[in-house]
Ligand binder design. Structure first.
Ligand code: SF4
Length: 298
């Protein structure tokens, strides 16, 4: 894939994320794609800390910290305010973690996108409540260790399919992305910026602290997630046109992805086989939706 990433930097030096955290990498790429005319809303999450204490800031755009459950509602209100001020072209960006999206913030997100409010919602998904001590969220994958799903009782529910849920709202644009494929991520944000209405981007964001992974391997792990098809990269327009944007040419076993993270080290061969079968079935379903969409648009 050949795609130029904008050179402008709207992330400032001096953020306070853990070493190797994907969350600042994701923010950096998203802001590059959106540009300076952006208002940023951050519900409670690791990014509430990463941005730095007032009056300092790790981003060069206006920033509004807000309560855990209000990412969608605040975005709708800020957008209405900007329009009243004669600033309809300013992009409103909510940047929330998985806890603030899949769980606590879901009602305000669902309400806002059901009304097709004009904003971009980016969920950086580190698959647990990392900021408060690595507790399980509904984004935590099956079999993972967290502090509330200990090794002897790992999570035994699958990860919530947030993209399918957002697509079911029939919003104009929904997509997945990860920092391991920055061109794909930036292209999707630029595409979302050009669309009026609700846009949702689900970004897989490895967390070395909670995943028990090496900080230097964050980008590598992000790429393995895609190459193993654990986290496929795709987009959905109007809830009905599905399109895989990165096809792994030589898929790798999920085992190669899982073994990079201490949170999966307790899994047995049988557990890994179960995950492999789940991933294979989900991939086949996604391919079928993409092929059906291609057929429909011919
Ligand atoms: S706890 Fe995880 S997500 Fe939060 S700042 Fe540290 S590495 Fe990033």
């Amino acid at each position: 894939m050949s795609y130029k990433i904008p050179e402008d930097e709207l992330m400032l030096p001096g953020h306070v994320a853990c070493p190797g955290c994907a969350a600042p990498q994701a923010m950096r790429l998203v802001l590059k794609a959106l540009g300076k005319n952006t208002v940023l809303i951050i519900p409670a999450s690791c990014w509430s800390i990463i941005a730095g204490p007032y009056p300092y800031s790790a981003v060069d755009v206006p920033l509004l910290h807000t309560a855990f459950e209000t990412g969608g509602a605040v975005a709708a209100g800020v957008k209405a305010g900007l329009e009243m001020m004669g600033l309809p072209d300013t992009t409103v960006l909510t940047f929330a973690g998985d806890g603030g999206t899949f769980d606590i913030g879901f009602q305000s997100l669902s309400g806002a996108v059901e009304r097709n409010e004009d904003f971009l919602y980016v969920c950086y998904d580190n698959e647990a409540y990392m900021n408060t001590g690595i507790q399980r969220s509904s984004a935590t994958p099956w079999g993972a260790w967290t502090t509330t799903t200990p090794v002897r009782h790992p999570k035994d529910q699958p990860k919530k399919d947030i993209v399918a849920i957002m697509a079911a709202h029939r919003i104009p644009y929904t997509a997945t992305a990860t920092v391991g494929y920055p061109e794909d991520l930036v292209r999707k944000v630029e595409k979302a910026k050009g669309i009026r209405g609700s846009k949702f981007l689900h970004v897989l964001a490895p967390c070395p602290s909670g995943w028990k992974s090496e900080p230097a391997q964050t980008v590598y792990i992000s790429r393995l997630a895609v190459r193993s098809r654990v986290f496929p990269l795709y987009e959905v327009e109007q809830g009905e046109r599905w399109n895989i944007t990165v096809w792994p040419d030589r898929p790798i076993p999920v085992r190669d992805y899982l073994r990079t993270q201490g949170r999966f080290q307790h899994l047995t061969d049988k557990d890994i086989q179960y995950i492999q079968e789940y991933v294979d079935a989900a991939w086949e379903e996604l391919v079928a939706k993409t092929e059906h969409s291609l057929h429909e648009t011919r």
